[in-house]
Design a protein around this ligand. Structure first.
Ligand SMILES: [Zn+2]
Length: 488
């Protein structure tokens, strides 16, 4: 048996002031064939899984390119063409292939191509033929097009948000695709269009129970796989919104019924699945009242993981206005300020302008006299089993607030974002992190409380107000009852 794998992933916020280039892939993660590390990245967990299976089971594994760019703005056409060609050339030269496994994200949009992943899977199918099995894994914050469903045999999706199960989703994709190739199963899949765009964290009710239910169905052998796409509201895609996917062993009726049942249940969670988001002033005032620290305040919308710049100063300005004197902020993206801090040196005191540079909606830059506490080349943070580069970083101090400035945009995943840079988080009253929910996995254990703050501005956070141009079907909350319209 001959098996090929590749991973191509980013998440495109088509409303972001940023643009995505090949250098963004190189900066975040780019592994040429054979150079994938032993540890998985969010979307490349199929690599280590296939290596292990290939060693144990003796099939030929052809490892292709694996790359990921931190979520950002529109991908330029030449980078998309280059990466697509690279992978398709590798597929051609590895032929004949029995299996192709692709670790994708699913929300990539390029100049001239709205459905990058659908196009890639379709092109792979054209090369490998109808008999080969194609398995793909997606992030739930993606757009599930008909093209993807048609061209892939197996689709798995991270069930958890935060995506703590990305390794399991990669392993499940590999396992089902290999079993299908060996004829041990005959996978058939059904998709239900939930027609809803909402934020659906699975750490809390009702999504917690929903994920447990999907897992129980798989464990009981009722279905081969059950998944939910949540959708990605910052991407202008005709396929925007939630969908459920169920794969059974040659039982289409069961797959369709289960996908519909799960989809209708998911639709019933609209508007009630996310925790309360407070205005920044209220969130910080509430955090200040806590008797023990640190309270983690999430700046949910200025989340580089959603493709914004991550240089908003709105929360920090509010903290300074309230006179907060024991806090740490991670991170504010500002390569220019980091360069100045490195030049000034640790311990230096200087007048620095930082943050608020990339968009009119992210607040003004801050001008302050700062002390440089720490300069670090190539800083990192962890995200589960994967290592996330932050680039060169500086920690600066302003009126008792310590701020991590970074050069590689990244959302806050783990407290080691602070501790690797010498910030003593236990002594801080408040930790402000830019992340919608991924921070929750690792920060929950160090936080005395967690508060979500919604800064309005940098991110298109309300679908009823976002100027989508490609939507072709009604979805909630833009339409109150999209399913009624569908059947009317
Ligand atoms: Zn995601």
């Amino acid at each position: 048996m001959r098996v090929y794998c590749a991973s191509l992933a980013t998440e495109t916020n088509t409303f972001s002031p940023l643009r995505t280039d090949f250098s963004d892939f190189e900066e975040s993660f780019y592994a040429p064939p054979g150079e994938h590390p032993e540890t998985p990245t969010l979307c490349s967990a199929v690599f280590p899984a296939l290596r292990r299976r290939s060693k144990d089971e003796g099939f030929d594994l052809f490892e292709g390119t694996a790359t990921w760019a931190e979520p950002g703005g529109l991908l330029n056409a030449s980078t998309w063409q280059k990466l697509k060609k690279e992978i398709l050339d590798q597929v051609r030269s590895a032929m004949p292939l029995d299996v192709v496994v692709l670790g994708l994200h699913g929300a990539m949009i390029a100049e001239g191509c709205v459905d990058c992943e659908g196009t890639l899977i379709e092109n792979v199918r054209q090369i490998v033929g109808a008999k080969a099995k194609i398995g793909v894994s997606f992030d739930p914050h993606s757009h599930l097009s008909e093209k993807r469903v048609k061209s892939a045999d197996i689709i798995t999706v991270f069930k958890e948000f935060p995506h703590t199960d990305f390794v399991e989703a990669g392993e499940a994709c590999v396992d089902l695709t290999l079993r299908a190739a060996r004829g041990e199963i005959t996978p058939v899949k059904a998709v239900y269009d939930v027609r809803m765009m909402d934020v659906l964290p699975t750490s809390i009710h009702p999504m917690r129970g929903f994920v447990d239910k999907m897992k129980a169905m798989e464990e009981a052998g009722e279905v081969l796989s059950a998944s939910a796409i949540h959708g990605f509201m910052a991407g202008d895609s005709p396929d925007l919104g939630a969908r459920t996917i169920v794969i059974t062993d040659n039982d289409l009726t069961k797959a369709e019924e289960t996908a519909r049942d799960l989809g209708e249940e998911l639709f019933s969670f609209r508007g009630i699945a996310k925790p309360e988001y407070l205005p920044p002033a209220d969130a910080l005032a509430l955090a200040q009242k806590a008797t023990s620290g640190p309270v983690v305040v999430a700046d949910v919308w200025d989340n580089p993981g959603g493709g914004v710049a991550g240089d908003s100063t709105l929360m920090l300005s509010e903290a300074m206005r309230q006179g907060i004197s024991s806090a740490a902020f991670g991170t504010i993206w500002d390569p220019m300020a980091v360069r100045l801090c490195h030049a000034a040196g640790e311990g230096a005191k200087l007048e620095l302008r930082f943050g608020g540079k990339t968009s009119a909606f992210a607040g003004d830059p801050i001008d302050a006299v700062v002390t440089v506490l720490r300069n670090q080349r190539d800083a990192v943070q962890s995200f589960g089993a994967s290592i996330v580069p932050l680039g060169d970083c500086s920690v600066i101090k302003v009126h008792g607030i310590e701020i991590v400035l970074n050069t590689n945009r990244s959302q806050a995943f783990s407290p080691d974002l602070f501790t690797n840079l010498g910030v003593d988080i236990a002594s801080k009253k408040i930790l402000v992190v830019k992340s919608t929910n991924h921070f929750h996995g690792a920060f929950a254990s160090v936080a005395s409380d967690i508060i979500y703050a919604a800064v309005d501005g940098p991110y298109p956070n309300d679908p009823t107000k976002t100027p989508y141009t490609r939507l072709t079907r009604p979805i909630w909350p833009i339409v109150e009852d999209p399913h009624e319209l569908e059947t009317a």
